[in-house]
Design a binder for this molecule. Structure first.
Ligand SMILES: *[C@@H]1O[C@H](CO)[C@@H](O)[C@H](O)[C@H]1NC(C)=O
Ligand SMILES: *[C@@H]1O[C@H](CO)[C@@H](O)[C@H](O)[C@H]1NC(C)=O
Ligand SMILES: *[C@@H]1O[C@H](CO)[C@@H](O)[C@H](O)[C@H]1NC(C)=O
Ligand SMILES: *[C@@H]1O[C@H](CO)[C@@H](O)[C@H](O)[C@H]1NC(C)=O
Ligand SMILES: *[C@@H]1O[C@H](CO)[C@@H](O)[C@H](O)[C@H]1NC(C)=O
Length: 237
C-alpha cells in the first residue's frame, strides 16, 4: 500500500518534470528563436477630376491598402502620379528611365509595376529623378490583394510603398486616359508579425528529442538498478 503511494508520487513527479520541461522549451521557442518582423500599412488617397462629371468634380478615394518598404522612412508623402514615359519600359528597370513627371519644382510620385528587376533598382531610378515617393504595385501574384514588405537596403531616404494589383491597375487606367491623379500617402498602423524559421524549428525539435532520450535512458537505468537491487535482495534471502 505504502509502496504504491510512493510509486504514484514518483510518476507524478516525473510527469510534472516532463511537463515543465516541455513548457520551458516552448518558452525558449517563443523568446529566442521566433523572429519578429515589424511593418507599417499606408493610407493611399487618390484624388482626380472625374471626366464623367465633365472634369469639374473632384473624386477622391482613400484606403489603407499600402505597405511601407522595409527601409523606407515611415512618413507622409504626396505628389502627382507619374508613369514611366515609355510604355515598353513601364517596369523602370533601365537606369535611364524617364518619367512623365510634372514641371520641375512640383512633387511627384512614381508608379511602377513589380517585376523584371529588384525593388531597389526601381526605387533608385525614380529617386534619382527626384520623386518624392515610389509606389510599386503587385503584378501576377496568386492573391491579387497581396502586398509584401519590400526589401531595399541602401535606399533609406525615399518613401517607398507597395500597393495591391487592382489599385495599381486602376490608377494606371486613369493615367492612360490623361487624367491628372494626385496621391497622398499617410502612415497607417504598425503591425508586428512573429514567425518561426524552419531551421530553428528543426534545432528545437532535435534538442527536444535528445533531451527526451536522455531522460528516458535515465528512467530505464533507474528501473534496471532497482530491479537488480530487488533481485540481489531475493537471492540473499
Ligand atoms: C484625400 O486628400 C485630399 C487632400 O488632402 C482631401 O481633400 C480629401 O478629402 C482626401 N480624401 C479622402 C477620401 O479622405
Ligand atoms: C528587363 O530589364 C532589362 C534592363 O534591366 C531590359 O533590357 C529588358 O528589356 C527588360 N525586360 C522586360 C521583359 O521588360
Ligand atoms: C533634383 O533636384 C536637384 C536639387 O533640387 C536638382 O539639382 C536636380 O537637377 C534635380 N534632378 C532632376 C532629374 O530633376
Ligand atoms: C480584394 O479586395 C477587395 C476589396 O478590398 C475585395 O472586394 C476582393 O474580393 C479581394 N480579392 C481577393 C482575391 O482577395
Ligand atoms: C494623352 O496625351 C497624349 C499626349 O499628350 C496623346 O498622344 C494621347 O492620345 C492622349 N490619350 C488620350 C486617351 O487622350
Amino acid at each position: 500500500m505504502a509502496m504504491s503511494v510512493i510509486q504514484a508520487c514518483r510518476s507524478l513527479a516525473l510527469s510534472t518534470w516532463l511537463l515543465s520541461f516541455c513548457f520551458v522549451h516552448l518558452l525558449c521557442l517563443d523568446f529566442t528563436v521566433a523572429e519578429k518582423e515589424e511593418w507599417y500599412t499606408a493610407f493611399v488617397n487618390i484624388t482626380y477630376a472625374d471626366p464623367a462629371a465633365g472634369g469639374a468634380e473632384l473624386r477622391s478615394e482613400k484606403s489603407e491598402c499600402g505597405r511601407y518598404g522595409e527601409q523606407s522612412p515611415k512618413q507622409d508623402a504626396r505628389g502627382q502620379v507619374a508613369l514611366s514615359a515609355s510604355p515598353a519600359d513601364r517596369q523602370a528597370c533601365d537606369p535611364g528611365t524617364r518619367f512623365n513627371a510634372p514641371a520641375s519644382g512640383k512633387s511627384w510620385v512614381a508608379l511602377i509595376p513589380r517585376g523584371n528587376c529588384t525593388y531597389k533598382e526601381k526605387i533608385r531610378h525614380a529617386a534619382a529623378q527626384n520623386a518624392s515617393a515610389v509606389v510599386i504595385y503587385n503584378v501576377g501574384s496568386s492573391n491579387a490583394n497581396e502586398t509584401i514588405t519590400m526589401p531595399h537596403a541602401g535606399l533609406e531616404d525615399v518613401v517607398a510603398i507597395m500597393i495591391p494589383e487592382p489599385k495599381g491597375k486602376e490608377i494606371v487606367s486613369l493615367l492612360e486616359r490623361n487624367i491628372t491623379v494626385m496621391m497622398y500617402i499617410t502612415i497607417g498602423t504598425r503591425n508586428l508579425q512573429k514567425y518561426v524559421s524552419r531551421t530553428s524549428v528543426v534545432f528545437v525539435s532535435i534538442s527536444f528529442i535528445v533531451l527526451m532520450i536522455i531522460s528516458l535512458a535515465w528512467l530505464v537505468f533507474y528501473y534496471i538498478q532497482r530491479f537488480r537491487y530487488a533481485n540481489a535482495r531475493d537471492r540473499n534471502q
